[in-house]
Design a binder for this molecule. Structure first.
Ligand code: VGL
Ligand code: ZN
Length: 212
């Protein structure tokens, strides 16, 4: 790993863990490994994202009559998956998980806070009403700090982690997923996620490789 790398910790929040509103399979299993990784201070910058939706957010199935969670619906000309209500601002499920020392993070980026637009990636919102995917400003923030390479961990492997590394690559960063420090919403998606990463040249690494 080179010294120009940043760690991006995606949505490590109770609502994405067992018992939470939108639980990832074994989502809590990543917490000790992430805490370890932070203690080793291997990265030039550490960024954390926090899914942070207002009540009645457009991504909630409860806002679309006649739909159910995990179903897709067209939104602004693109398919949008509808989710159970989750990560509602100022609720316990939306906090950053207490098992990690977040004072180690250089930036905490809240996303999905506009009522009418979802945001999976740390870099850009999903498609909005005007057809754009507005930037969160993260790419510039990282470049200003000399970062050319990102490693992503967190939740969910098949949604926000995947979109984050795909955007990182599209924005000119070398990109990697720390596979053992991610978990999916849909375990059946793992083969497709791996294939998508491999096809685009995004690295798949294990946390143990980073320590040596
Ligand atoms: C996520 C679905 C909805 C994620 C966030 O963090 O992967 N997934 N909102
Ligand atoms: Zn969300």
């Amino acid at each position: 790993m080179n010294h120009d790398a940043a760690l991006i910790l995606v949505d490590v929040q109770p609502d994405f863990m067992p018992g939470g509103a939108l639980a990832c399979h074994e989502g809590d299993a990543i917490v000790p490994g992430i805490d370890q990784l932070l203690r080793h201070r291997l990265f030039r910058q550490t960024v954390a994202t926090q899914d942070w939706h207002p009540r009645g957010h457009v991504s909630f199935a409860s806002m679309h009559a006649g739909t159910q969670a995990f179903q897709q619906t067209p939104l602004y000309g693109h398919p949008q998956t509808l989710w159970p209500d989750h990560c509602v601002q100022n609720t316990p499920g939306a906090t950053l998980h207490p098992g990690i020392d977040w004072s180690q993070a250089d930036l905490i980026l809240r996303k999905g806070n506009r009522p009418d637009v979802d945001s999976y990636s740390a870099f850009r919102e999903n498609h909005g009403p005007d057809g754009n995917r507005p930037s969160t400003g993260l790419a510039g923030w990282l470049r200003e700090r000399g970062v050319s390479e990102v490693y992503a961990a967190g939740l969910a492997r098949d949604v926000c982690v995947l979109w984050t590394v795909q955007d990182a690559l599209a924005l000119g960063f070398r990109a990697h997923v720390i596979w053992d420090l991610t978990r999916p919403v849909t375990p059946e998606s793992d083969a497709a996620t791996r294939a998508a990463l491999e096809e685009s040249g995004i690295g798949i690494v294990q946390s143990a490789e980073l320590h040596d």
